[in-house]
Design a protein around this ligand. Structure first.
Ligand SMILES: Nc1nc2c(c(=O)[nH]1)N=C([C@H](O)[C@H](O)COP(=O)(O)OP(=O)(O)OP(=O)(O)O)CN2
Length: 354
C-alpha cells in the first residue's frame, strides 16, 4: 500500500499587533494581542531528520525556533501588516520547506494556506440543536430525538472574517436552539446532509467557499466541498513506546508514552436513504479490534510494526483499518496536539482543514 506521508507540527506564541488593512473604526486597528497557534504539515525531504522516525521532533524544533522570533513581540516590528495570512506566509518562508501553514489567532478563527499557497480564511461557529435521524434502523440511538453542541467550520477564499460572520448570521438564527428536522431541506439532518445544506445556503453569496465541515460531536463529522463528502471518526489512544531507530542516548529511545489523537478519514458515496456515507457507529465497531491492539499497549512490542514513529504507525493503522473498512483513505495520528503524521492515499493533497 503506497500513499503519501505528511509530517505535522504545531507551536504557539503570544504577541501584540495592530492591523491597518481593516476598515476605519475597526477594533483591530487598535493595539491588541492574541495567543496564536501555528500548524504546519507537508512532505519532508528524505534523510532530513536527525534519525529515521525523528521527523516530527525536528519539525517541531524548527517551528519552535521560527515562532520564538514572534513570541512576546510587537508583530508590526517584524513584518508589515501582520494579518493571519501574512504571518502564515512569513512563517512558511522562514521554514523554507514545502509545507502548508495554518495560523489561528483565536480558537474560532484563522487562515490556512493550502498546497498551492492559496489562503483560506476560516471561522468556527457553534450552535446547540436537537435532531433525530428518521431513517435509521429500529432501536438505533440516533432515531430518538437528541441533541448536540454542533460546530460548523467554514473555509473560504477572498473573504474577511467579518464578511464570513455577516454571511453566517442568518444561518446561526435558524440553527441555534432549533430542531434541525423542522428546517426545509434538513428533514434527515445527518452531518453529511447538514454540511451540504450549509454549503447550499452560503455558496450563492460566497463564491470562494471551499469547505463546510460539520462537527456533530468532538469526535466525528462530515466535510462537503461542493462535489462530495468526506467523514472522519476520531479516537484517543493511551500507549507506551520507544523509537527503535533513535540514537541510544536520545529521549525517544527511552520507554515513554503519549495520549495520541487518531483520526480515520473516510470517502464513500452517499447512501441516499440514510443520508450518510457510513454510520460513525459502524466505523467505531469495525475499527474496535485495531483500537484495542493499540490502546493501553506497548506499541514497540506489536508484531509487524517496524517502528513507533507516527508515520510508521499511521501506515500500519491504515493497512489494518482498510482490511475492515476499505473506505478509510487517510489516517492522521498526533502524538501531542498538532504534532504527528498524516498518511493519505490518492494523488490529491489532504483536504483542508489543516
Ligand atoms: N455518517 C454518519 N453517521 C452517523 C451520524 C451522521 O450524521 N453521519 N449521526 C449519528 C448520530 O446522530 C449520533 O448522535 C452521533 O454518532 P456517534 O457514533 O454516537 O458519535 P459519538 O461521538 O457520540 O460516539 P462515541 O461513542 O462518543 O465515540 C450516528 N452516525
Amino acid at each position: 500500500m503506497d500513499g503519501k506521508v505528511w509530517h505535522a507540527a504545531a507551536a504557539g506564541f503570544e504577541a501584540a499587533r495592530r492591523l491597518e488593512g481593516v476598515p476605519e473604526g475597526h477594533r483591530a486597528r487598535n493595539l491588541h494581542g492574541h495567543g496564536f497557534q501555528v500548524r504546519v504539515r507537508g512532505a519532508l525531504p528524505s534523510g532530513w531528520a536527525d534519525f529515521p522516525g525523528g521527523e516530527v521532533q525536528r519539525l517541531q524544533a524548527q517551528l519552535g525556533e521560527v515562532v520564538a522570533a514572534l513570541d512576546h513581540h510587537l508583530l508590526n516590528e517584524v513584518l508589515e501588516e501582520p494579518s493571519d495570512e501574512r504571518l502564515a506566509r512569513w512563517i512558511g518562508a522562514e521554514l523554507g520547506l514545502p509545507l502548508e501553514v495554518g495560523v489561528q489567532s483565536m480558537p474560532t478563527r484563522g487562515v490556512d494556506l493550502d498546497g498551492a499557497g492559496r489562503a483560506h480564511v476560516w471561522r468556527r461557529y457553534a450552535f446547540q440543536s436537537a435532531h433525530r435521524l428518521p431513517n435509521v434502523p429500529e432501536g438505533h440511538k440516533c432515531g430518538r430525538m437528541h441533541g448536540h453542541g454542533f460546530e460548523a467550520l467554514i473555509h473560504a477564499q477572498g473573504v474577511s472574517h467579518d464578511q464570513l460572520d455577516a454571511l453566517w448570521a442568518p444561518l446561526q438564527s435558524l440553527l441555534h436552539h432549533a430542531c434541525l428536522n423542522e428546517l426545509p431541506g434538513l428533514e434527515n439532518p445527518t452531518s453529511e446532509m447538514l454540511s451540504s445544506w450549509i454549503w447550499r445556503e452560503l455558496q450563492p453569496t460566497l463564491p470562494g467557499l471551499a469547505h463546510v465541515t460539520v462537527f456533530e460531536t468532538a469526535s466525528c463529522g462530515a466535510c462537503f466541498d461542493g462535489r462530495g463528502w468526506r467523514t472522519w471518526k476520531e479516537f484517543t489512544l493511551d500507549s507506551a513506546l520507544r523509537l527503535k531507530r533513535a540514537p541510544a542516548d536520545s529521549l525517544h529511545a527511552r520507554l515513554h508514552g503519549h495520549t495520541y489523537t487518531l483520526r480515520l478519514h473516510l470517502a464513500a458515496p452517499l447512501d441516499e436513504l440514510m443520508g450518510w456515507t457510513l454510520d460513525f457507529g459502524d466505523v467505531k465497531r469495525l475499527f474496535d479490534p485495531v483500537f484495542r491492539s493499540l490502546d493501553h499497549q506497548p506499541l514497540h512490542e506489536i508484531d509487524g510494526l517496524a517502528d513507533c514513529d507516527t508515520a510508521t504507525l499511521a501506515r500500519w493503522v491504515l493497512a489494518q483499518a482498510r482490511e475492515r473498512l476499505p473506505q478509510v483513505d487517510r489516517v492522521d495520528l498526533y502524538e501531542t496536539p498538532g504534532c504527528g503524521a498524516t498518511l493519505h492515499l490518492g494523488t490529491d493533497t489532504p483536504a483542508l482543514p489543516i
